[in-house]
Design a protein. Structure first.
Length: 476
């Protein structure tokens, strides 16, 4: 009994959790997409690469330090690395060296490279901001498309209910012999068409939800439900506050792509200055510490004075030994220890070097000339993007004005279609209008409702696009 109670409680909790699932608002969808969209994550990785390039260029100012060394086995006729005499014996040797070097003056080439990497990092971050803006606009578009699809599905459902009600009434009249079978057949065809429209509208909603999930990096199988605020509750700025010239001024100051172009031009200028430094001499300082070891190296460990005879002299019949006038030392040798050799053979060096590029296949000059072309190309790209931005803003403004005019005209058309259908139904009920004419008026109202919904959401999106160009984010 206890386990049954736990199981029931668990199932109720799951049911409550599913029913209490929070719906996704437009703001929540945009924020989630910015945090989880895969393309944005990839762009973030590019920013991290730019950060590493900047870090590496800064650390490049620190003098380099390298250690080299290793043992070797030597055989045959070669030079003893300790006594420098020619030997034919085998021996083990080892060399160790610690080297350091640093540029003292290179015409600010390294400094300009660091500055260029700083601008490249800012450009990479601005590129991420641009992609986030694009994603936000795409998410907003899909969100509005879902709302439009739901509205279309709702209108199609109402149309289907009306057709089914008319079919039911007509069928009764046909069965009573008041109307011909043709009227019922025409309404049955209309019900079938309306059912197909409902199914199509529902499929479009599901398709747009799947597309929105893809932008948000949400698993396609995850339950997903959006908030459905009334269209008139969605915030839209007044079109009078979105005149194209003021919007363009704001866009030039705020849009990420314009910042990207500015940063890349500055980076190209610094890279060009760094490349120019490669045409001139570079002064560097260097230093090294080193030592060596030889397995044949020996050292004196002791000595005694000896004076052995160096010959004999015979005087008459007596032999006499001949000695030196003074004794000389007799040395004792042992293998010299490893660390003792390292200490005795320890050497140091320090100095300055100058590298003058005289001729290297025109390589440095070519790099410098290419850097100047890169600057010009970035300037042209900025000019092109600025022109495109202005054209897009004026086009967006014109599209918003047209959308507003279509919306106002559509409202009048909807009112007319509703009034026309009302009178048509009255005439149909008294037998003054055929079923075909009634269906035609009903379809006209259906199209007017769909067109009005489409015009409304199209106007909202066009206004959001114009709002987007201000570069201050979308308002929800």
């Amino acid at each position: 009994m206890y386990y049954k109670f736990l199981t029931l409680s668990f199932l109720l909790a799951l049911s409550f959790s599913a029913n209490a699932q929070e719906k996704w608002s437009l703001l929540k969808c945009v924020e989630y997409a910015m945090a989880n969209n895969i393309s944005i994550k990839q762009t973030d990785l590019q920013s991290k690469i730019a950060e590493l390039d900047l870090k590496q260029s800064r650390l490049g100012q620190i003098p380099g330090l390298n250690f080299s060394g290793g043992p070797s086995f030597n055989n045959g006729r070669n030079q003893d690395p300790t006594t420098f005499s020619l030997i034919t014996q085998s021996y083990l040797s080892a060399n160790m060296q610690l080297q350091s070097s640093a540029d003292i003056f290179n015409w600010f080439s390294r400094k300009n490279t660091i500055a260029a990497n700083e601008w490249e990092l800012l450009a990479a971050r601005a590129s991420t901001d641009k992609l986030k803006n694009d994603i936000a606009l795409s998410v907003a578009n899909l969100y509005l498309q879902i709302l439009l699809g739901m509205e279309q599905e709702k209108i199609a459902g109402i149309q289907l209910q009306q057709s089914q009600a008319q079919l039911s009434n007509t069928r009764k009249l046909v069965d009573a012999g008041a109307l011909p079978e043709l009227n019922a057949a025409e309404l049955e065809a209309q019900v079938a068409r309306d059912s197909a429209t409902v199914i199509t509208s529902r499929g479009n909603v599901v398709q747009n939800i799947l597309s929105l999930k893809a932008f948000m990096a949400v698993d396609a199988a995850t339950p997903f439900e959006i908030e459905t605020p009334p269209a008139d509750k969605i915030f839209v700025e007044k079109i009078a506050d979105l005149q194209p010239e003021p919007v363009y001024t704001l866009a030039m100051a705020n849009m990420p792509q314009q910042r990207v172009n500015d940063y890349r031009i500055k980076a190209a200028q610094k890279n060009s200055a760094a490349a120019r430094g490669g045409l001139y001499p570079t002064i560097s300082a260097f230093g090294s510490l080193g030592s060596r070891y030889n397995s044949r190296s020996e050292e004196i460990t002791g000595s005694t004075l000896i004076n052995p005879p160096i010959g004999k002299v015979t005087v008459g019949t007596v032999d006499y030994s001949v000695y030196r006038t003074s004794p000389f030392p007799d040395y004792t040798y042992n293998k010299q220890p490893f660390f003792s050799q390292l200490n005795q053979n320890f050497n140091q060096s320090i100095g300055l070097s100058i590298r003058v590029p005289i001729f290297n296949g025109y390589n440095n000059r070519t790099i410098y000339e290419k850097s100047k072309i890169t600057i010009k190309n970035q300037e042209l790209q900025k000019e092109l993007d600025d022109q495109t931005l202005k054209q897009d803003i004026y086009k967006a403004y014109n599209a918003a004005v047209v959308a507003l005019e279509k919306l106002n005209a559509g409202k009048k058309s909807l009112e007319t279609a509703e009034r026309t259908l009302f009178f048509a139904q009255k005439r149909f009920e008294v037998g003054m209008m055929s079923t075909f004419e009634l269906i035609t008026n009903q379809n006209n109202l259906f199209r007017a409702r769909l067109e009005n919904a489409l015009n409304l959401y199209d106007y909202i999106f066009k206004m959001k696009v114009l709002e987007f160009y201000k570069g201050q984010g979308l308002k929800f």
